[in-house]
Design a binder for this molecule. Structure first.
Ligand SMILES: *[C@@H]1O[C@H](CO)[C@@H](O)[C@H](O)[C@H]1NC(C)=O
Ligand SMILES: *[C@@H]1O[C@H](CO)[C@@H](O)[C@H](O)[C@H]1NC(C)=O
Ligand SMILES: *[C@@H]1O[C@H](CO)[C@@H](O)[C@H](O)[C@H]1NC(C)=O
Ligand SMILES: *[C@@H]1O[C@H](CO)[C@@H](O)[C@H](O)[C@H]1NC(C)=O
Length: 344
């Protein structure tokens, strides 16, 4: 998929938007209001971006734009929270060190964070013809399986991938497991959520079953949504850049295994996952989705923040623990698992 090399052709007028926005880091700590609501700390370390009302408990009925006083996202009206687990490096002596994040291409001055896309059709389709329904207040979703340790288990999900950045702008190939070699400019994870909503539930017990992949084909091929999940939404995608460069010069495991480990112990990469809590103000998201634009949707008239303003919105961790030193054990008590947890 060479979409990064595609530029919208001058004569291809999109009908709606591919919105690309960056969000700087809000906080990195063990909180997870979606999967472990109320738990302080939650099971494993996350990196979180978006509105600063992020907290251990996030009542779907609360109005995030009203509760936040700032957001780390480029659009000042986007108080959503977006988060993923974090990566650790495991040294030969068994100690762990957190892998820092970088601002994505064109957002190098952002304090880490992640880039979010909302697309109506395949990202490389500069016409973006589909009309989609924006998410509603209280909507949230999860994608992935923290217990997946095999390719078959990871295969339930589409497009939760890794790219070995030989150059900062490398965008292919996309791998399902951790890259097995040193990546010159870091590792990028790309996480795409399902795109068919049941039209009724803002959430579900597993935070996934109110959403579905298309019944046949793919989002990219315009596959239809199943009757159980008839509402086509935009595809939400995160890109997260992990700065593995500082670890390329250190000794890696002698047996050739990859030294990068998710904060909950997965060293295979199959348990890549992501969380989303919608929090755009009013109809701002629907407005931007309905406006023809490709990547830089400045013309929509929504207020854009500078990188300095985005970086200026931060939260103090409420969990008091060391997540950044050389650690004997991952926060929460996890150790690197290089193989499936249970025999298949
Ligand atoms: C976060 O949750 C805690 C515990 O429920 C509460 O005491 C605190 O006021 C909340 N903080 C914010 C910023 O909402
Ligand atoms: C383990 O190795 C790392 C990297 O070489 C080093 O910085 C760290 O101090 C070591 N930890 C221990 C406990 O020896
Ligand atoms: C990033 O910051 C540097 C140093 O402050 C500045 O010179 C540069 O113009 C900034 N780049 C962008 C894209 O904002
Ligand atoms: C950063 O936030 C502080 C406190 O809210 C504010 O006084 C300051 O003007 C902000 N700076 C920027 C660059 O937004």
């Amino acid at each position: 998929m060479k979409w990064a090399l595609f530029l919208p052709l001058a004569f291809a007028i999109p009908g709606s938007a591919v919105v690309r926005l960056h969000c700087s880091q809000l906080v990195t700590q063990r909180l997870d209001p979606l999967v472990d609501p109320g738990m302080m700390p939650s099971s494993h370390v996350h990196q979180i971006v978006g509105g600063n009302s992020f907290n251990a408990t996030m009542d779907p009925k609360k109005n995030m734009p009203e509760e936040s006083t700032c957001t780390t996202c480029q659009y000042a009206d986007d108080f959503s929270n977006y988060w993923t687990a974090v990566l650790y490096f495991r040294a030969q002596n068994g100690s762990y060190k957190r892998v820092p994040q970088l601002g994505n291409n064109q957002f190098r001055n952002a304090t880490g964070g992640l880039t979010v896309y909302y697309m109506q059709d395949a990202i490389y389709d500069s016409t973006q013809k589909s009309k989609v329904t924006a998410f509603q207040p209280g909507f949230r979703m999860f994608v992935g399986d923290i217990f997946a340790r095999t390719l078959a288990e990871a295969g339930r999900f589409r497009q939760l991938t890794y790219t070995c950045l030989d150059e900062f702008i490398t965008r292919e190939p996309e791998l399902i497991a951790f890259p097995k070699r040193r990546c010159k400019e870091g590792i990028m994870t790309s996480l795409r959520f399902p795109t068919c909503w049941d039209g009724k539930n803002l959430d579900s017990p597993d935070h996934m079953s109110h959403m579905s992949y298309p019944e046949t084909g793919t989002f990219e091929s315009g596959g239809p949504c199943p009757a159980t999940h008839p509402v086509r939404t935009s595809q939400v995608m995160f890109e997260v850049v992990w700065d593995t460069k500082p670890f390329n010069g250190l000794e890696w495991p002698a047996d050739g295994s990859n030294p990068f480990v998710w904060s909950f112990g997965d060293a295979t990469g199959y348990a890549n996952h992501a969380d989303y809590v919608f929090g755009w103000k009013g109809d701002a998201l629907q407005k931007i989705l309905d406006t023809p634009c490709y990547f830089n949707c400045d013309s929509v008239g929504l207020k854009l923040q500078s990188i300095a303003e985005m970086n200026n919105c931060t939260q103090k961790p409420v969990i008091d623990e060391d997540i950044d030193g050389w650690l004997d054990v991952l926060p929460g008590g996890y150790h690197a698992e290089y193989a499936p947890i249970s025999l298949q």
